[in-house]
Design a protein around this ligand. Structure first.
Ligand SMILES: Cc1cc2nc3c(=O)[nH]c(=O)nc-3n(C[C@H](O)[C@H](O)[C@H](O)COP(=O)(O)O)c2cc1C
Ligand SMILES: C=C(O[C@@H]1CC(C(=O)O)=C[C@@H](OP(=O)(O)O)[C@H]1O)C(=O)O
Length: 359
């Protein structure tokens, strides 16, 4: 609850957007894992702010320091703690929201719950916190690499502009453009739309699709902690997320059972299905097919225009758009979605180790 996530591969994050630093404690990473710091840094670079004209202009390098849990390049089985300093906060630009509530951000709800709010940027509610998740997710990815599981994500929609289905594109091209859509033509249209929206002092939403390949069959709990339920929780815990669907998702309701059922066949001794409307999960448990899912992100709340709102006393107030903000979150949300997915799969992999005598 609160600041922690996971059962056996557990993380706790800490820190605020304009505080001294933020970080994560990873508790449960098995000992003996090679902790490739260059890989972790690259994942943080993929998420960091200030990377292109279609992201927030705050410039953080997001360099990290490991404080514990790693010895001679390997995890020791003790908690791994990892710190990222904030170096470009410019907190004075945010005093205008000390007493006023930005529509659709977390200002009002934080004040209501705690009676005190770090108004510098979004404080704890800022997606800056997700840097810590990406660092932890990178460690989970290193663990998953060992067992051959591959977690990727890409931008599949911005506004009404949509990319083709994931199997119709080369996902290795996702990092080739600043919006992180593997289809170069669609990517260009998405970038133009985000850029125009930014110039209009507005923001826009989008969808990130996650694809997990080579998951062993059998991960996930059969009742409450189903694999898709945990993936859904992980994704819905990311800032600005409004929807989660996996496999055929909401579109599946338009099909008949005869079309929707994934027919089994024997592929030289391996059980496979001819279609994958199940999204690689049946009964809450992975079946070995690709796991794929969509995560919907709303348009960013802080827009660069004046908007009517109220202040702390309930009086009418105008909130002006100040500070440095993303015009659309999805390009930078890609590594966050991957990180959260990797944490869920790593966690279930450890949990599964205790579910069968023969393992
Ligand atoms: C990668 C990423 C970047 C974001 N950047 C901004 C931003 O610059 N400005 C903003 O107002 N919200 C931004 N958000 C969304 C807010 O953090 C989020 O709307 C806020 O915490 C309120 O939570 P909610 O939208 O989930 O209700 C971003 C979200 C993500 C995932
Ligand atoms: C700094 C980052 O993105 C921030 C996410 C964010 C928000 O409200 O979510 C608001 C902006 O920053 P601040 O907290 O200063 O208002 C973004 O720049 C980051 O992701 O590292």
């Amino acid at each position: 609850m609160g600041n922690s996530f996971g059962t056996l591969f557990k993380i706790t994050t800490f820190g605020e957007s304009h505080g001294k630093a933020l970080g994560v404690i990873i508790d449960g990473c098995p000992a003996g894992l090679d902790i490739d710091e260059t890989f972790i840094q690259n994942e943080l670079i993929r998420r960091k702010p200030g990377q292109s004209k279609i992201t927030t202009q705050r410039k953080e390098n997001d360099e990290f320091e490991i404080l514990s849990g790693v010895f001679e390049g390997k995890s020791t089985g003790t908690p791994i703690s990892l710190l990222i300093h904030n170096t470009d906060a410019k907190s004075k630009d945010y005093s205008h929201i000390a007493e006023k509530y930005r529509p659709s951000h977390a200002d009002y709800t934080y004040d209501t719950k705690y009676g005190i709010r770090d108004y510098r940027g979004g404080g704890r509610s800022s997606a800056r916190e997700t840097a810590a998740r990406v660092a932890a997710g990178a460690v989970a990815k290193l663990f998953l690499k060992k067992i051959g599981v591959d977690v990727t994500a890409y931008v599949s929609q911005v506004g009404t502009i949509q990319a083709p289905e994931y199997h119709e594109m080369d996902l290795s091209k996702t990092e080739d453009n600043i919006v992180r859509c593997p289809d170069p033509k669609v990517a260009e249209e998405m970038i133009a739309l985000i850029d125009q929206t930014r110039k209009n002092q507005d923001t826009i939403g989008g969808v990130v699709t996650g694809v997990i390949k080579n998951t062993p069959a059998g991960l996930g709990e059969p009742v409450f902690d189903k694999l898709h339920a945990e993936l859904g929780k992980a994704m819905l815990s990311i800032n600005a997320v409004k929807g989660f669907e996996y496999g055929s998702g909401f579109k599946g309701v338009e099909m008949y059972g005869s079309e929707h059922n994934d027919l089994f066949y024997n592929d030289e001794g391996k059980v496979k299905t001819k279609t994958n409307h199940s999204g690689g999960i049946q009964g809450g448990i992975s079946n070995g097919e690709d796991i794929y899912f969509n995560v919907a992100f709303k348009p960013v709340a802080t827009i660069m225009k004046d908007q009517p709102s109220i202040d702390k006393t309930g009086d009418d107030a105008t909130v002006s758009g100040k500070g440095r903000h993303d015009p659309c979150v999805v390009p930078r949300a890609v590594p966050i979605v991957e990180a959260m997915a990797a944490l869920v799969i790593a966690d279930f992999f450890l949990i599964n180790k205790t579910s069968k005598l023969s393992d």
